[in-house]
Each structure stands twice: as C-alpha cells, then as structure tokens.
Write a protein that binds this ligand. Structure first.
Ligand code: ADP
Length: 315
C-alpha cells in the first residue's frame, strides 16, 4: 500500500523536454517483485484520481501485471507529481506537487470488505511514506486496520523510508515508526534512514532497535557495505559486491525489497533471497530512473534464481 506518483525528469539530451514515468517506493517494490516472480499474485493498494494521468497510471499498473482491484478512485483529487532535475554537475534535486494527492485519502476506502479481501494474501507491505501521507487524525484507524489484518494472519512488512519533509516533526515520525515496527513481522530497514531518525550509526544498532520491537524477520540494508539479517533470533551478515559505475541510486532499496519478498514468498532461504535482491538492486542503480526497462533485472536473476532453486532441492 502506498502512493504512486507521476515522475518527470529532465531529459539527458534536451533541456526543454521532460521524460514522464510513474514511481513510488512501495509501487517500485511491487513492480520488481512481480517482474521477477511472475507466479506471485501482487496487487497495489492506492487511490488515484479520475484525471488523464490517473487513467494512464492505472494502465501502467496493468501493464506490470499488478492486480488493480484495490486501486480506488477519488472523484475530485488528482495524482501526485514530482520533478527530478539534474544540474550541470550531475547533482539531482526533487520538487513535489503532492500535498492534495488522491493517495492521501486511502484510509477512507479501507472498510470491512477491503479488509476481508486483503486477508486472502500472505503479506501486506507499507512504508514510512505510506504512513506519512495519511493525515495525522486518520493514522489511528490506519493502524487499527493493519492490526486487524495481522490478527487474521497476514504478515505485515514495513520499510521506514524516512523522508523528513513529509513529517511535521522528528518526534511524530519516530512515534509512528516505533508503532509500525512493533506491529511488523518483517522489517526491511536502511541504515541511513535510521541514522537520521534515531541517531543510529551501524547495522548492529539498527538491528537492536528492531529486536527491541520484537520483529521476527529483520533485513538491514547498508548500501554497498553489507546486509545484516535476523530470522527468529538467527543472525547472518551478507557481503555485497559494490557496483563500480553507479548511475542513479533511486529505488535501490525498493527493488531490493521487492525481490527479497518474492524469494521469501517462494520459501527460499534468507541468504538466497538477499543475494537475488542485492543483484537486482545492483542492476537497478546502473540505470536511470526508479523503474528500469522490463527484462533487465529479470535477465540478471535468471541464473541466480535457477541455481538457487536447484541448490534448495539438493539440500
Ligand atoms: P535503502 O535505499 O533502503 O536505504 P540502500 O541504500 O542500503 O537501501 O540500498 C539497498 C540495496 O542496494 C543494498 O542493500 C545493496 O544491495 C544495493 N546497493 C546500494 N548501493 C550499492 C552499491 N554502490 N553497489 C552495489 N549494491 C548497492
């Protein structure tokens, strides 16, 4: 569940043209999960408008084979939009138009029928951005909704994805993240986010925070350094091979999350899921944009995925 936005970015070759696509953290994860694990049913829960961009966005979801039965339509609001501008030195800046976006009204659509439909799924993923865009007075009903999902056996998956500008205060963000962590069955956490939020500097410190909130399965992402995981108290550190030519780190963590969860939904061991997820993320950062052309990540996983399954069968 999250917000997908219209993404505009300055064209590499022409200062007066803009390239348009769609992106948003949980949406990006859903796309990479479905692309790499076609057998898995993946739906996106969100609200769009009734405008031209919204219609195109919904078509975009369908072209990624995502289920759209939980894509609701707000009669008057439109989708959010952001611009990525790259200056002459290659430095990127982001400008957002999302304060009144349709996705912010998601809680008004989360009724009992939606709850019952969602309980047929194994997992429900949300992020710090999914929470941040919900008006503060609607967050209690949101947390009650996901608590009800959890009580019905759906695993809750959370990535804090802290974006300071979306929160009124650091204290508010921290309180919401702690509540989300306490409810989560799986936490996929970037060290950088937790540094800004809780002043934590290392994967071990972040792991300790997650453990203190009793999260069963924790994945700590630390850029090219390493990935630290724990499953029911069993810790593993995974080596990451740094990419020598990083083009754009947008959605590295999102791609990682999607592929990791796809692997876990196939009951693959954590270390195999991390190696596939890292390979996917390492591929995504060698291309521009959040969603890279279809087929690229899938191709890099071809061998890994097959050998993973083969080695599972032999162990
Ligand atoms: P998040 O965006 O969630 O904070 P990270 O920045 O840690 O996450 O990146 C997510 C994943 O992307 C990492 O765990 C790693 O697998 C991969 N990654 C990020 N930067 C690099 C890099 N320079 N080289 C190789 N892999 C990378």
């Amino acid at each position: 569940m999250g917000e997908c936005m219209v993404e505009l970015r300055t064209d590499e070759y022409s200062a007066t043209s803009l390239h348009q696509s769609f992106a948003g953290d949980v949406y990006n994860s859903a796309v990479y999960l479905k692309r790499c694990f076609d057998d898995v049913f993946v739906g996106f829960v969100t609200v769009t408008g009734d405008d031209t961009f919204s219609h195109r966005m919904r078509k975009g979801f369908e072209s990624e084979s995502l289920d759209t039965s939980m894509v609701f339509t707000h009669p008057t609001r439109a989708t959010g939009l952001y611009l990525i501008d790259t200056d002459d030195d290659g430095e990127r800046s982001f400008t957002y138009w999302r304060s009144e976006s349709a996705a912010k009204t998601i809680v008004s659509f989360l009724n009992v029928d939606v709850l019952n439909s969602l309980t047929s799924n194994d997992m429900f993923m949300f992020s710090g951005i999914s929470i941040a865009i919900i008006p503060p007075d609607e967050r209690v009903p949101f947390f009650n909704f996901i608590k009800a999902l959890k009580n019905k056996g759906v695993k809750l998956v959370f990535d804090p994805n802290y974006r300071a500008r979306l929160w009124t205060s650091l204290a508010d963000a921290k309180a919401n993240f702690e509540q989300a962590l306490s409810l989560s069955d799986i936490a996929l956490v970037g060290v950088e986010d937790m540094g800004e939020l809780f002043g934590l500097a290392s994967s071990d410190d972040v792991m300790e925070l997650c453990q203190s909130h009793s999260v069963d399965e924790v994945v700590i992402k630390n850029g090219p350094s390493s990935v630290l995981t724990s499953l029911n108290g069993k810790y593993e550190e995974h080596v990451i091979t740094p990419v020598s030519k990083v083009v754009d780190t947008t959605s590295a963590g999102d791609a990682f999350n999607g592929v990791y969860l796809g692997g876990r939904l196939q009951n693959l061991p954590i270390s195999h899921c991390v190696s596939m997820a890292a390979k996917a993320a390492g591929t995504v950062i060698q291309h521009r944009g959040a969603i890279i052309p279809k087929g690229v990540v899938e191709a890099t996983l071809e061998g890994v995925h097959k050998s993973t399954l083969a080695s599972d069968l032999t162990t």
